[in-house]
Design a protein around this ligand. Structure first.
Ligand SMILES: O=P(O)(O)O[C@@H]1[C@@H](O)[C@H](OP(=O)(O)O)[C@@H](OP(=O)(O)O)[C@@H](O)[C@H]1OP(=O)(O)O
Ligand SMILES: Nc1ncnc2c1ncn2[C@@H]1O[C@H](COP(=O)(O)OP(=O)(O)O)[C@@H](O)[C@H]1O
Ligand SMILES: [Mg+2]
Ligand SMILES: [Mg+2]
Length: 507
């Protein structure tokens, strides 16, 4: 592992050009000018905060107090350093701290201002200068020039890989929604300073051409379902037909089609089945081949797909599918759109009328499982699980629902057991988890799915002890797994997948 890295951001790249309040009234006091971050700066600081780099904002002499005050507050908000650019004593151009850093670190200075004296002082102390959107500076040798702030992270990543990385250092470009990125970043999972197993993580920006960014990274980690605009559920069997993705995601899909040996975690075609609860069901049914006579069973719930809730044949269809009430009703579309988690628990056929669950839907036997669910996460070749509070036995829910179906959103308003119900379960809690049975199933699913990271939910049926897998997810957040176990496993999983894919394409 090479030298650690320091990045100093000069104020000019962060502040929006100041404009007087009240718009254009001349002669107004400069202090009244509104101080704000320029577009892209907030996202940059948010990522640098969790990058595991040493980052500071620096301010040149003579910055107006309202601007330096704003910058100092901003630096504190993102847990970044805040330093004056020049030495207070004045006998050095550079701040002593920056001189000290240059002795033991790889240092980067990012600016959009021209100051020849400063540039040569920095370069004399082996600082790498990155200039943003300033044509003049390009004439100066040794300066890295980029056009937009959004290019900075990938520029830092490639420079860090070149300067401090080893031959095995890989740059992982990632694509996912902000909340998920934040969850991972806060756990330290997305360092710009190489991880223990030499991975550098950088977000792909949809504000820049994707093809050029993809040429700078070694692989892409994505949650493609975060980039779905809409889905036609009637085309589920032929996904991705019927799915429209964001423009940026569509560019990535196109690039990957044109670069067959480019490593994607995970291949889109391996993820599409997990968008469809009918295909998930067909996958889970294959688990039953693992079962042996006289041992605990692992299985899928009995299920039936319906195109509508009013068919006169419904009663007959339920009987043929060996389904009886209560039933849990889920949209066939499993994720990626807002209503993928709108469900219902219904107790009799009359409750199907005007049911608000999106169609087509999957009707599933409701498993009484003592309101305890085991969330399993397969992260590379490691398997973790956590226990979470779950829906109580149907009898507890029947009374509260009266004549109406019990409708809910599984991510927001899942009807979980009350404290009293949990206490009651503690007494009845006879069926324990057969961890070996589930781990065997996890390994079977890993082979079948070809996915690096996936999650699934197991409930243990109170009467039979059957282990029923009711859900399968791609790239969940595994928040319940301790960071010091989950994050190294996450990194190892990515590296192993990359190496095995590269090995395959080279043979
Ligand atoms: O279905 P689960 O097991 O609760 O897992 C969810 C699920 O993966 C969900 O993703 P998606 O189905 O919406 O794609 C995740 O929600 P977000 O995508 O909104 O983050 C949850 O994070 C998963 O929960 P968990 O991480 O606990 O498995
Ligand atoms: N067949 C079932 N029997 C009993 N409880 C279930 C069943 N299916 C789901 N659940 C409960 O509903 C929750 C949400 O269902 P799930 O299929 O995991 O939806 P999502 O994909 O939105 O997470 C589960 O975590 C579990 O608590
Ligand atoms: Mg679930
Ligand atoms: Mg799910």
């Amino acid at each position: 592992m090479g030298r650690s890295v320091r990045v100093v951001l000069e104020s000019s790249i962060l502040l929006a050009p100041s404009s007087p309040i009240g718009g254009g009234v001349t002669g107004e006091d400069d202090d009244a000018a509104q101080v704000a971050l320029r577009p892209g700066a907030e996202a940059l600081l948010r990522r640098l905060r969790y990058s595991n780099l040493g980052v500071a904002i620096c301010h040149p002499d003579g910055l107006p107090t309202n601007e330096s005050g704003f910058l100092e507050k901003t630096a504190n908000l993102y847990s970044l350093g805040y330093i004056p650019l020049t030495s207070p004593s004045g006998n050095h151009l550079l701040n002593e701290l920056m001189l000290e850093w240059s002795r033991t670190n790889s240092c980067f200075f990012v600016t959009s201002r021209v100051d020849e004296g400063l540039l040569s002082e920095l370069q004399n102390h082996n600082w790498t200068v990155i200039a943003i959107d300033n044509e003049y500076i390009t004439k100066n040798y040794g300066v890295i020039h980029i056009g937009m702030l959004q290019e900075l992270l990938v520029t830092l990543a490639t420079s860090i890989k070149r300067e401090t990385g080893s031959s095995s250092t890989l740059i992982v470009g990632y694509v996912m929604k902000q909340s998920r990125e934040e969850d991972f970043a806060k756990r330290g999972a997305f360092p710009l300073w190489p991880s223990k197993n030499d991975l550098i993580f950088v977000p792909l920006s949809f504000e820049l051409p994707l093809a050029s960014q993809l040429q700078e990274v070694d692989l892409v980690l994505h949650k493609i379902t975060d980039e779905i605009i809409s889905i036609d559920p009637n085309l589920s069997i032929s996904f991705p037909k019927g799915i429209s993705f964001s423009l940026g995601m569509s560019e990535i899909i196109r690039f990957v089609e044109e670069h067959r040996d480019f490593c994607v975690i995970d291949p889109f075609k391996n993820i599409y089945p997990l968008l469809d609860r009918l295909q998930i069901q067909e996958i889970l049914v294959r688990l039953e081949g693992l079962n042996t006579e006289g041992k605990r069973k692992i299985r899928a719930p009995c299920s039936l797909k319906v195109g509508n809730f009013c068919g006169s044949e419904l009663q007959k269809q339920l009987a043929e599918a060996n389904l009886s009430f209560p039933l849990i009703v889920k949209p066939q579309v499993a994720c990626g759109v807002a209503d993928a988690h709108n469900m219902a628990l219904i107790f009799k056929i009359e409750e199907f009328s005007n049911l608000s669950v999106p169609l087509p839907a999957i009707l599933q036997e409701y498993i009484d499982h003592g309101s305890k669910i085991f969330k399993f996460y397969a992260i590379g070749d490691k398997i973790f699980h956590a226990i979470k509070n779950s829906m109580p036995n149907a009898s507890h829910l029947k009374s509260s629902s009266g004549e109406k179906p019990l409708t809910f959103n599984s991510l927001k308003t899942l009807p979980v057991a009350t404290k009293e119900q949990l206490l009651q379960n503690r007494v009845l809690d006879s069926k324990s988890l057969d961890i070996n049975l589930v781990e065997e199933a996890a390994n079977f699913l890993k082979e079948l799915l070809g996915l690096t990271i996936f999650g699934f939910d197991v409930v243990v049926q109170e009467t039979s002890g059957d282990h029923v897998i009711v859900d399968l997810n791609y790239l969940p957040s595994f928040k319940e797994v301790p960071d010091n176990e989950a994050v190294p496993a996450f990194w190892d999983a990515i590296k192993q997948t990359y190496e095995s894919r590269k090995g395959m394409t080279q043979t």
